[in-house]
Design a protein around this ligand. Structure first.
Ligand SMILES: [Zn+2]
Length: 719
């Protein structure tokens, strides 16, 4: 296993503290039976006493008083006015005209950074998008004049989409131009099978798949002039007027042949189908846009640390997404501006100590901007221990060098939970990156919940926040791939996600306040405490891990008879992990009484987790884009498809069950060059309670090796 920083958590420290109190009371009661009622009342008082938290209550209260849910919402309101598409000039506009000025007004050190985005430069396995200068677009359905008796009647044209009305009804990265043709329904439209016996040449493909894949099939391969995307039957059928967000993402070499696309609602689709049944119809699309070389625009803001400015707590949020799209993720961006202002204001007013480490805020084009940033900044790396770094200049961390101690990624944080029928969550780190961050976030979340915060103009919605297992889909993935402990803050399920219904009216100033205070308090703690000597956090971290391991064992203990052999195997692994964690908890609790340095046990922890055998190690940044598997042999493709089917994912929002994207991410993140494929298989099975054997990992490694994404490391004994 790789080097690991231990984890921390609070709940169990509270349990230990309470048990100690309880034990004392029991002695008291046995000696003085007549005082039993008094003893009981003491115990009850101990139980009901306000919980101790890692963040000092006065620090928390100062943040909670200063942070404005309304201001975060107001920031969001300004951001949504821009059609914020990655790599496009509109992203630069919102960065320059909204984010940067607000940071500067708040007295923050802030700047803009740009990277090439031209449809061919790659960051990790992702090809940067082309710049897209968008001005307008319309889609009409028209009848066809026929002379034959009984032919289609000419009818008044119907407008299906206009950019000015619903900006996301034009597929992003659509090529400018005008086309019209007979619509041909090709189902999902993403595979050759959809086009067998169907002629779309010179016509318009009507499809339900992802626009990028539909255009590659329908336009590039089969000669359609354009595409119109409709919602699949199972996609939120109870909202038949919603329009979905969808994009074409042409690469530079496809520029000549690519075309444009539109999204229509379910009701509009039903109307077209009914017209098609009545007679010949045509759809007519017109788009005013230019595709060309562009830039990825990022905004940085810093509150510099006083002791270790080179070490940073990194707060990220993606600034991109279509115009009006509010919760995703103008909300995270707006909440971050207010978080930066809040901390800066409190420090300037001497209501908070300046942080010892730097707090770095970074607004990014999702994935592309973050991957470009870490590609160009090798100092964006894990602190305190080496990580098998896939970048060109793997300059391992050592004391005094810049690094990131943790990443808090804010993506969809402002939801009105009643209107969107969603709940707030933060994600824990996967087993490949064990961290104190999980326990810290759990404790600060509890403290935030207890504070019962709301904004004057916000709702009084009851708050049911959750800590959930690692889920993917935003910029925290990139940092986990570099071994940096990272969490995502968001809401799910949110039926408005990636649709025309995700608008400012679905946000809530109270939710902004709760999530903003939560993020600020956690960041302030991370940047202010001596990271290695918080024994309560350390004990809590082990406690949280022990709870997790115990629940995995409980799951397998309920297995059917006869038990599948795989469950025996993974129970063994989880029991071993539980033993180590329990011993470490004991070590920490005893060391915490008098020692101030956790280094000896860190070494022990690392020693126990470090395989010495050599093994596969990754050669590229994570996460992997789907294109990473392009050009694989038919046999490998078949295996990959079978895995996609075996670990089937949800189509919308956060995956609620294990999917191939997640299991392959974790498999590759465990490929540090220090674990055998057998060990990786054992760890995956133990973590996800599935049957993954060495042959499975070997197969994945062999495919990734052929794609030059994974290599094999030999490690000499004793190293
Ligand atoms: Zn998002």
């Amino acid at each position: 296993m790789p080097e690991m920083f231990p984890e921390f958590r609070q709940d169990d420290a509270a349990v230990v503290a309470w048990q100690t109190t309880f034990a004392k009371q029991q002695v008291c009661c046995s000696l003085f039976r007549m005082k039993i009622l008094l003893c009981l009342s003491i115990v009850l008082t101990a139980l009901l006493a306000p919980a101790q938290h890692l963040v000092k209550q006065e620090t928390f209260d100062a943040i909670a008083t200063e942070y404005s849910g309304e201001v975060a919402q107001e920031n969001t309101r300004r951001i949504v006015e821009y059609h914020r598409i990655q790599g496009s000039p509109m992203m630069a506009s919102v960065a320059e005209q909204v984010v940067l000025p607000r940071l500067k007004t708040a007295g923050l050190e802030a700047k803009i950074e740009q990277f090439v985005s031209d449809g061919k430069t790659k960051y990790g396995t992702y090809t940067s998008p082309m710049g897209w200068d968008m001005h307008g677009g319309e889609l009409w359905v028209e009848g066809v004049k026929t002379d034959s008796v009984g032919g289609a009647q000419d009818f008044k044209p119907i407008m299906l989409c206009r950019y000015a009305d619903v900006p996301m009804c034009v597929s992003t990265y659509s090529k400018g131009g005008e086309w019209s043709g007979e619509p041909v329904d090709v189902g999902s439209g993403t595979s050759d099978a959809n086009y067998q016996g169907v002629d779309v040449r010179g016509k318009v493909a009507l499809a339900s798949g992802y626009a990028a894949n539909v255009v590659r099939e329908a336009v590039l391969k089969h000669g359609a002039v354009g595409v119109v995307i409709y919602p699949s039957a199972g996609d939120r059928p109870d909202h038949p007027d919603m329009v979905r967000y969808n994009g074409i993402w042409p690469h530079a070499e496809e520029l000549e042949k690519t075309s444009g696309g539109f999204q229509i609602s379910r009701n509009q689709y039903d109307m077209i189908k009914s017209l098609m049944r009545q007679g010949a119809v045509r759809v007519h699309g017109k788009i005013d846009a230019t595709l060309g070389p562009g830039k990825l625009t990022l905004v940085h803001a810093y509150i510099r640390g006083t002791e270790h400015p080179e070490r940073e707590v990194l707060i990220t949020g993606h600034l991109d997404h279509p115009k009006w799209s509010a919760n995703d993720n103008a909300s995270g961006s707006g909440a971050m501006i207010e978080a930066a202002r809040t901390l800066q204001t409190l420090i300037a007013a001497k209501k908070l100590f300046p942080p010892k480490l730097t707090i770095h805020f970074m607004w990014v084009p999702e994935y592309f901007g973050t991957l470009a940033y870490v590609s160009n900044h090798p100092e964006a790396r894990r602190c305190d221990s080496a990580w098998d770094d896939p970048r060109n200049k793997p300059d391992a961390f050592s004391e005094g060098k810049p690094c990131i101690i943790a990443n808090i990624n804010m993506d969809m944080v402002g939801e009105d939970t009643v209107k969107t029928n969603s709940r707030f969550y933060f994600t824990r780190t996967p087993d490949s990156v064990p961290s104190f961050l999980n326990a810290l976030m759990a404790d600060v979340l509890e403290q935030t919940r207890e504070a019962n915060l709301y904004a004057g103009t916000g709702t009084r919605n009851y708050w049911l926040p959750e800590s959930i297992a690692y889920a993917q889909g935003s910029d925290h993935d990139v940092f986990l791939g570099l071994g940096v402990p990272a969490t995502m803050l968001g809401h799910d399920p949110d039926w408005t996600h990636h649709t025309s219904e995700d608008k400012i009216d679905k946000t809530d100033a109270s939710e902004f306040k709760r999530v903003g205070v939560f993020a600020c308090a956690a960041a302030q703690y991370l940047a202010s405490s001596a990271e290695k000597s918080d024994w309560a956090l350390l004990a809590s971290t082990h406690g949280m891990r022990i709870t997790e391991l115990a629940s995995r064992l409980a799951y397998d203990l309920q297995r059917p008879t006869p038990a599948p052999p795989a469950s025996d195997h993974r129970m063994k692994t989880n029991r071993e992990l539980l033993k180590i964690e329990t011993e470490l908890l004991e070590l920490d609790v005893s060391a915490g009484k008098d020692a101030t340095n956790t280094a000896p046990h860190l070494l022990e922890y690392n020693r126990r987790h470090q395989a010495q055998s050599g093994g596969p190690h990754r050669l590229t940044l994570l996460p992997l884009d789907a294109s990473a598997f392009e050009g694989t042999s038919a046999e490998d493709r078949k295996w990959l498809d079978a895995q996609e089917a075996r670990f089937a994912s949800d189509s919308e929002g956060l995956a609620t069950q294990l999917n191939f994207g997640l299991v392959s991410f974790e498999a590759v993140n465990l490929m540090t060059g220090r674990r055998s494929t057998e060990e990786i298989a054992e760890m995956l099975s133990a973590e996800y309670l599935v049957d993954i054997d060495q042959a499975w990992v070997d197969r994945l490694v062999s495919i990734l090796e052929k794609q030059k994404l994974v290599g094999i490391k030999q490690i000499a004994a004793g190293n």
